[in-house]
Design a binder for this molecule. Sequence first.
Ligand SMILES: NC(=O)c1ccc[n+]([C@@H]2O[C@H](COP(=O)([O-])OP(=O)(O)OC[C@H]3O[C@@H](n4cnc5c(N)ncnc54)[C@H](OP(=O)(O)O)[C@@H]3O)[C@@H](O)[C@H]2O)c1
Length: 231
Amino acid sequence: MLTVIVTGSNRGIGLEYAKQYAKDGARVYACCRRPEKAGELLALAQANSDRVTVHPLEVTNDGQIAALKAVVGDAPVDILINNAGVYGADDQDLGACDESKWLETFRINTIAPYKMIATFADNVARSRKKTIVGMTSKMGSMDDNSSGGYYIYRSSKAALNAVLKSAAVDLQPREIIVLTLHPGWVKTAMGGPGALITTTRSVTNLRKIIDNATLADSGKFFQNDGAEVPW
Ligand SMILES: NC(=O)c1ccc[n+]([C@@H]2O[C@H](COP(=O)([O-])OP(=O)(O)OC[C@H]3O[C@@H](n4cnc5c(N)ncnc54)[C@H](OP(=O)(O)O)[C@@H]3O)[C@@H](O)[C@H]2O)c1
């Protein structure tokens, strides 16, 4: 049985990961910052009470990361999915970025995944799949940036990419696969109604990448259809 941790699993792409892995029979630690408001996720956990549990996790809260680690203990974790993320601020034009919002976005999008990886690397190393996923965005790619702007979101995801690349190098001796994944432009609160694909399609494709990944893929940046994204 696969064991999976998903952050930000109460809605959007994270909820879809929790649903699909639950359907496949996995043990899912489904994390979100306000479990009492996570109706759909709580229903999923209730319907799969032997395998799906919901855990409070505001990803910038070190105490809650430690509390999750205490619950997981030494159990193997096959797939750690760092999904929780924010766009950052409505206005991200040159000269308009709010510094405190920028720093908070870094805490959520960049530093929290680093802390989660450091905390759960031992659990991942003990598993069969040995996989860590970071949900990034092509908005963090230098190569893809032809339209400018979006300083807060772009820089937080570019920095996340650097975190994931370093983790791939550092964890390579332990045979841990670290994947940097772009989900596509997905119909969620963040992606908006004009987005191109559903969470179902996005996550179905992302899971194929995760399923088929080998250590040779660690440290690479993939988009939803499996193609590599230039950094
Ligand atoms: N949708 C797209 O087109 C798209 C494209 C590229 C990359 N991505 C990335 O994919 C990931 C998921 O995006 P999405 O579209 O599903 O976004 P979403 O619908 O806005 O959902 C974001 C999730 O992250 C959680 N979250 C935000 N801040 C958090 C924090 N401080 N602690 C814990 N959880 C927090 C949210 O929880 P609350 O409900 O409590 O706010 C929610 O569960 C993000 O990392 C995003 O950057 C999305």
